[in-house]
Design a protein around this ligand. Structure first.
Ligand SMILES: Cc1cc2nc3c(=O)[nH]c(=O)nc-3n(C[C@H](O)[C@H](O)[C@H](O)COP(=O)(O)O)c2cc1C
Length: 130
């Protein structure tokens, strides 16, 4: 079989086919099934703390008098608690150590909030996988 392994800015993955951060990457179950099906990486559905404003929206944006030039954000971040996502990221990484998992993060624009969530994610990334 062809060798499709990649190294993207130091992130290694069995192939360059990754899932974007969206509903298909909202849980460990989904990401693990995707990896089993052959995807090489996944950007986990955006993690936030606290979880705010996750109801589905489908509002059209008009431009220059023209209707539906685009859509607003349909959905923002995961509706699942940070602790649960971090635990599932760890479990997924343990099961698929060679696959790429990227954490997408969104918190208030306060430096300490960003430091805190980045540290929590980094702690998971550096946990012993054995
Ligand atoms: C329903 C839905 C939910 C999404 N949720 C997120 C998200 O949580 N975080 C994020 O960074 N992008 C999110 N996205 C954006 C996708 O990651 C992606 O950037 C977007 O769908 C464009 O890629 P595409 O042209 O391949 O669809 C979402 C997109 C959709 C349609």
């Amino acid at each position: 079989m062809a060798d499709l392994r990649i190294n993207l800015a130091g992130i290694q993955s069995p192939n360059p086919f990754w899932l974007a951060s969206a509903p298909p990457t909202n849980s460990g179950y989904q990401v693990q099934r995707a990896f089993e099906a052959g995807w090489g990486g996944a950007v986990w559905k955006t993690l936030g703390d606290p979880i705010l404003n996750v109801s589905s929206r489908f509002a059209a944006v008009s431009f220059n008098g023209q209707k539906v030039a685009g859509f607003n954000n349909i959905e923002l971040i995961t509706d699942r608690p940070l602790e649960v996502n971090l635990k599932e990221i760890y479990e997924t990484k343990k099961k698929f150590p060679n696959h790429a998992i990227i954490a997408s993060l969104m918190v208030e624009p306060k430096q300490e909030k960003w430091h805190e969530i980045v540290k929590r994610v980094e702690d998971v990334a550096s946990m012993d996988l054995n």
